[in-house]
Write a protein that binds this ligand. Structure first.
Ligand code: ATP
Length: 250
């Protein structure tokens, strides 16, 4: 399942000295990370480590106190989320942020409209994405009636509608059954095969260690390690801070 990173691809995303506090809480302290184009990268760490805050910095949902973020070599630190999305950064949320009073198709249409203002064209694109993800039979359903796995997939469809080249997935498989997890793995691998770079937050270690080529570990707002899954699983600092007796399988 795991493939090597092609280091000749270069960085798609570079974080330098990214720092964010909430009052007295140092959520991120001087984080430096380079994400290789085309890679699947896992972002792990205990609760409160700063993972979601890092996603908020990259997608622009919150401003940084200090630091620099470059996407395709372009400084994006001060851009609004909408503009980052237009450049190719997509994301999903830990708790799917979808509109329950709108159909599945209309939820994806919202994402597509970020790419093109033309309703007809956007609707066609939204339908193509639903088809590609095997969700077309649910186009007229309402998300509130769907199981969590479909809601998670719908969030991915919506993010895909704006044609991201970097996709941030926040807890892609938490709460899914083993069968649904396998389907999500297939989907993530399909997105990766299309050339989309993936940065994934996940607490389910078996999954993240198996699917990622590279793992970044945060703890108390600091990057305590980054390496291949095999090396991270052996790293004493990571074991002490997070992995402990978690079940691992690389
Ligand atoms: P989890 O695995 O539980 O989702 P996390 O690694 O994503 O955790 P963050 O949600 O980024 O961690 O939180 C990092 C720290 O920043 C925590 O102490 C959290 O309480 C704090 N924090 C995050 N967002 C805010 C906010 N909007 N206001 C105040 N404090 C915040």
């Amino acid at each position: 399942m795991m493939h090597d990173i092609d280091r000749n691809n270069g960085s798609i995303l570079e974080l330098k000295d990214v720092t964010k506090s909430f009052g007295g809480i140092h959520a991120l302290q001087g984080i430096n990370i380079n994400i290789q184009r085309g890679a699947i990268v896992g972002l792990i760490g205990p609760n409160g480590a700063g993972k979601t805050t890092l996603f908020n910095m990259i997608s622009g949902f919150l401003g940084m106190d200090r630091g620099e973020i470059r996407f395709n070599q372009k400084e994006i630190s001060r851009l609004y989320p909408y503009d980052r999305s237009k450049l190719g950064i997509g994301r999903t949320f830990q708790l799917p942020k979808i509109f329950n009073n709108m159909s599945v198709l209309d939820n994806v249409l919202i994402g597509a409209l970020q790419k093109s203002g033309d309703i007809g064209e956007s609707k066609q694109r939204a339908m193509e994405i639903l088809k590609d993800i095997n969700m077309e039979s649910l186009a007229d359903s309402f998300p509130g009636d769907l199981p969590i796995a479909s809601r998670k997939k719908l969030e991915i469809c919506r993010a895909l509608a704006s044609s991201p080249t970097l996709l941030l997935l926040d807890e892609a498989i938490s709460g899914l059954t083993p069968k649904e997890t396998l389907e999500m793995i297939d989907l993530i691998e399909k997105l990766s095969a299309k050339g989309i770079t993936l940065l994934i937050i996940e607490h389910v270690m078996k999954f993240i260690m198996n699917i990622s080529q590279w793992i970044v570990v945060l703890n108390h707002g600091q990057k305590i390690a980054e390496d291949t899954p095999e090396e991270v699983a052996r790293n004493e600092t990571v074991i002490d801070a997070y992995l402990g007796k978690r079940e691992l399988s690389c």
